[in-house]
Design a protein around this ligand. Structure first.
Ligand SMILES: Cc1cc2nc3c(=O)[nH]c(=O)nc-3n(C[C@H](O)[C@H](O)[C@H](O)COP(=O)(O)O)c2cc1C
Length: 208
């Protein structure tokens, strides 16, 4: 299985989470980790699982203005392109492509509204990807980091679990049909009823 992790980061925290995710994926996949500016310069390779992550800036995905604000607190260069612009320029994919989304935000501000992870997930779905899991936030000790206690391990474990499930799905494509058929059988199942249509418990009626 091939996976690609594309991320945006100015203070280095989303990059650290992206690397932890890549480590988790590597238990089951060949993985490439690419900063979004580099991803924008090459045609997207075909992968089984695309992972996209970015920092939360003013409640959502960064824009050039919020990247400029962030740049006042670091020596990092202001990138022309963030995950928002990269996804806006991305081409739709045919059915069957899978992705997951993540973001970073300070733990102390988790009450703030908006979710970059959900925003990325929404854009990926619009492009035609199905999401292999709910978009995920990873928490930082402060705005400039570092990642909170246990968060990199959580990222690693999250990715390993998803990679395991995806590998299983790819290796056993026919199981999906078996599951569909089973779900259909469950949908059609009706509880046993007596001759007046009243439900009968599995072991029959209690005698009085
Ligand atoms: C300009 C700016 C705006 C931010 N806005 C938010 C916000 O709305 N909600 C939030 O939880 N964190 C916010 N943060 C904190 C960022 O989420 C945090 O800096 C980011 O996750 C760090 O990622 P990075 O190290 O990969 O750059 C903001 C930070 C900056 C610099």
């Amino acid at each position: 299985m091939r996976a690609r992790v594309v991320y945006e980061s100015m203070f280095g925290n989303t990059a650290a989470v992206a690397e932890a995710i890549a480590e988790g994926l590597r238990e089951h996949a060949d993985v490439e980790v690419v900063p979004v500016a580099a991803a924008a310069e090459v045609p997207a390779p075909k992968v089984h699982l695309l992972v996209v992550g970015g920092p939360t800036r003013t409640f959502r995905l960064s824009r050039r203005r919020t990247r400029r604000d962030a740049a006042k607190r670091t020596d990092a260069l202001i990138a022309d392109i963030g995950v928002r612009e990269w996804l806006e320029a991305a081409l739709p994919v045919p059915r069957g492509h899978t992705a997951i989304a993540f973001a970073t935000k300070p733990a102390g501000q988790s009450w703030l509204p908006g979710s970059t992870a959900r925003g990325i997930g929404k854009r990926l779905r619009r492009l035609g990807y199905s999401l292999a899991d709910d978009p995920m936030d990873f928490l930082l000790e402060d705005s400039t980091g570092p990642p909170g206690p246990g968060e990199l391990e959580r990222a690693r474990a999250w990715a390993a679990r998803i990679a395991h499930t995806e590998l299983d799905r790819i290796s056993h494509p026919d199981c999906r049909h078996r599951n569909d058929a089973r779900d259909q059988r469950l949908d059609q199942w009706a509880p046993p009823a007596d001759d007046r249509g009243r439900a009968v418990p599995p072991h029959g009626r209690k005698s009085r």
